[in-house]
Design a protein around this ligand. Sequence first.
Ligand code: ATP
Length: 308
Amino acid sequence: MSAASIAPLVFEGVSHWYGDVVAVNDVSAVVEPGITGLLGPNGAGKSTLLQLAAGVQAPSSGRVKVFGESPMGRPSVFARLGIVPEREALPPTLSARAFVEARATLLGMHDVRAAAATALATVELDEVADRAVEGFSKGMRQRVKLAAAMVHEPDVLLLDEPFNGLDPRQRAHMMQLLEHRAAAGTTILLSSHILEEIEGVASRMLVMVAGRLAASGDHRTLRRLMTDRPHTVRIRASDPRMLASVLVTLPDVIGVEIHGTQVLVRTADHAVLARQLVRAAQVCNVTLHAVQPADESLEHVFAYLVNR
Ligand SMILES: Nc1ncnc2c1ncn2[C@@H]1O[C@H](COP(=O)(O)OP(=O)(O)OP(=O)(O)O)[C@@H](O)[C@H]1O
C-alpha cells in the first residue's frame, strides 16, 4: 500500500475498559479526510475513543492506527495530531496568545510566535489574543483551545463536544472554521450527543451506544435507518390490552399484536412512535416496563433515540 493511500485514522477491533467498565467495545472503523461525526448519548464511549485515537490512552485490546502507526508514544505521529478534550480548563489569568504559544513550545515548534499568531488568526481571535481568557465567552474559550490544538497544523483533529455550550452564532462560526480545515485536507473527528448539531457539518457519522459502534454512514443513511422504514417494536407493559387499544389509533402505527404480556407494534416511524408512546401510556394509565426494537440490528440506534 502506498503512503498516500494509508487512512488517517483506523480503529481495528478496539476495546478499552476502566476496571469493570467496558467503555469501548470492539470498535472497527476507518476515518477518512473530511469531517466525521462521533455521535452517541452520554457515557457511550466517545471521549474514550477520541483519547485512544490521540494516544492519550492505550487500547485494552485491538489496534489504533494514525497514518498506519500506533499513536502511543510516537512523537512523529503526535506531531500530526491535535485534540481538544471535552473538559480542558484554561488557566484564567493567561492570555489566549500565551496559552497557544505554550502548546507550540511543548510541541517543540521552531517559530512559536508565528505559529501561535497564525492559529489565533485562523480562529479569529487575533485582535483579543493578549487579553486574559477569564473575560472570554464560552465560544471564545473553545476557539482558544482549537487554536492550541491546531497550532502545528495537524493532519488529524480530534474534538470532543466542540459545540457544547455555544450559542447558534458561535456554533455556525465554529462549523465554518472546521469546514475550512476539512476543505484543506484535515481529517476531523468530532463528538456530539445531538444528531441535529452535527448532521449539517459531518459528511459521515459513527454512532456509538454503550461502547459499541451501533451504526455508521452519512446522515441520510442514518436518518433513513432511524425513521424511514417500518419497524417492529416490542413493548412490555402493565396492561398490554389497554395499551394496544390506544396504539392502534395512532397514525404512524401499521399494526399491533398482543403476545402474552408483550405488545408488538409495527410502525412507519419509530422516532415518532417513541415520542407518542409515553403519552399513549399516560392516557390509558399503563406502566411501560420495556421498549425494544424487535429488529435486533437497530436495537442500539433505537435505544439511543428513545433515551436522549
Ligand atoms: N477514567 C475513568 N474511570 C472509570 N470509568 C470511566 C472513566 N472515564 C470514563 N469512564 C466510563 O466509561 C464509559 C464511557 O465514558 P466516555 O466518557 O468515554 O463516554 P462519552 O460518550 O464521552 O460520554 P460523555 O459525553 O458523558 O463524556 C462511561 O461508563 C464512563 O462512566
